[in-house]
Design a protein around this ligand. Structure first.
Ligand code: ACO
Length: 388
């Protein structure tokens, strides 16, 4: 019997095909709305913290004071890496990409916690805590190791965002820098059914362990079509070089049908709400740390792109200003995608947990377009046809 019914239509990339029913986040691309569990992203970026938002995403409601304190305390306690994982990371090639290092280290964590009890809420909670706690430590550790330094131990006096910046740079960040970075994590924590989340769900649906689920998602996020645009948007500002070059640059891109990085979105056809918030966070940082000349280029670029491509629904996306924020925080360019992973781990874990509540293994189908009943050709015949 044929595997598919004839009326089955092939949709490349499963574009717009619902892959799940979810109550975690919602996007309205025409109105520029993003909500986590129904709460507008603007509210969360302003009033919440990344860990409180992660709790909301994963467990469906904002925590009480007591629940939040316990969650933060548990995460603080689990930040350290096992020395065997740290030693394994020291063997990674220093030229390797930090996303590959993170994927390997996240998967390795599963070796230490291979007992799977997916119907036990305590098991789920412990896995969530371990992953949220250790992913930033892994990213910071690899950054130091690849430059020939020993990783910096987590600082128990610092909160999630401040501790990460401390482990990365060896310096305690200012309160503004820590708050801005924390808000960046909140903004990147979740975004409906994107490619890495889908990858996490497919892996989760086999009932494998959560470390494998996160490693899958990290591997998917690593690709330039998904997680890499912030880095490229920053390169673009460098390439443009000055405010006066913006207009000719945009004209040349339009003429040559070249995409301008940091603009346009599959879903948003207005300015991405996260981009608006990131822009204001960038301004807060510049006020404290000094002006970045790239920001003047960025403002002019946004103005010209809106003027020329706004009618097509092409506006600044989340990656346009995040690169400027990370640059101001002193984060190297090839760590921009790992920053995304640190944040998005919250969304992936929320979807993992949701998938487990009503799991069905993903098993799509295909439309076979190959041949049938092809005779087997012996090696001698193959070689003689080749030489003829
Ligand atoms: N620069 C110039 N023109 C653009 C851009 C852009 N960045 N984005 C879209 N357009 C144009 C298209 O060429 C198309 O023009 P046409 O109608 O004359 O053919 C029109 O706007 C509609 O664009 P689509 O390609 O249909 O938009 P789509 O939804 O398919 O693409 C995408 C969205 C892939 C994100 C695209 O805008 C893009 O490549 N942007 C640059 C890369 C980038 O910033 N990616 C990060 C996205 S955010 C994220 O993933 C977290």
């Amino acid at each position: 019997m044929s595997e598919v019914t004839p009326q089955c239509e092939y949709i490349p990339g499963l574009s717009n095909i619902p892959a799940a029913q979810s109550s975690i986040s919602h996007v309205d691309g025409r109105l520029g709305i993003l909500e986590y569990r129904g709460i507008p992203i603007q509210e969360l970026a302003q009033k919440s913290t990344f860990l409180e938002t992660a709790y909301l995403l994963i467990w469906g409601q904002l925590p009480t004071q007591e629940q939040l304190e316990a969650f933060e305390r548990d995460i603080r306690y689990h930040r350290r890496l096992k020395y065997r994982i740290r030693d394994m990371m020291k063997c990674f090639p220093e030229t390797g990409h930090p996303m590959d290092a993170l994927q390997t280290a996240a998967a390795a964590l599963g070796l230490f916690h291979s007992r799977r009890v997916l119907d036990d809420e305590m098991y789920i909670r412990r896995a969530v805590i371990r992953l949220l706690a250790k992913i930033p430590t892994m990213v910071a550790a690899f950054e130091l190791i690849r430059h020939g330094n020993d990783p910096i131990m987590p600082n128990d006096d610092l909160d999630y965002a401040a501790n990460f910046l401390y482990m990365l740079t060896g310096r305690e960040p200012t309160p503004t820098a820590a708050r801005v970075f924390d808000a960046c994590l909140t903004l990147h924590a979740e975004h409906t059914m994107n490619t890495s989340t889908f990858s996490a769900l497919v892996t989760a649906s086999t009932l494998t362990d959560p470390y494998g689920v996160i490693a899958s998602a990290v591997g998917t996020l690593a690709g330039p079509l998904h997680g890499g645009a912030a880095e490229e948007a920053l390169d673009l500002l460098a390439e443009i070089g000055s405010v006066n070059n913006v207009r000719p640059y945009v004209d040349a891109c339009i003429q040559n049908r070249k995409k301008i990085m940091g603009f346009g979105h599959r879903v948003y056809k207005v300015k991405d709400p996260r981009s608006t918030i990131l822009q204001s966070l960038a301004e807060q940082l510049f006020e404290e740390l000094g002006h970045d000349p790239y920001y003047d280029i960025a403002l002019e670029l946004e103005k010209v792109v809106e003027e020329k491509l706004g009618e097509k629904g092409v506006y600044a996306n989340v990656d346009f200003y995040s690169g400027l924020v990370y640059r101001a925080l002193g984060i190297p360019k090839d760590l921009f995608t790992p920053m995304f992973a640190i944040a998005r781990a919250a969304g992936w874990l929320a979807h993992w947990r949701e998938q487990l509540t009503e799991n069905r293994i993903f098993r799509p189908t295909q439309i076979y377009v190959g041949e049938h009943e092809v005779p087997f050709v012996s090696m001698e015949e193959r070689e003689s046809s080749f030489t003829n």
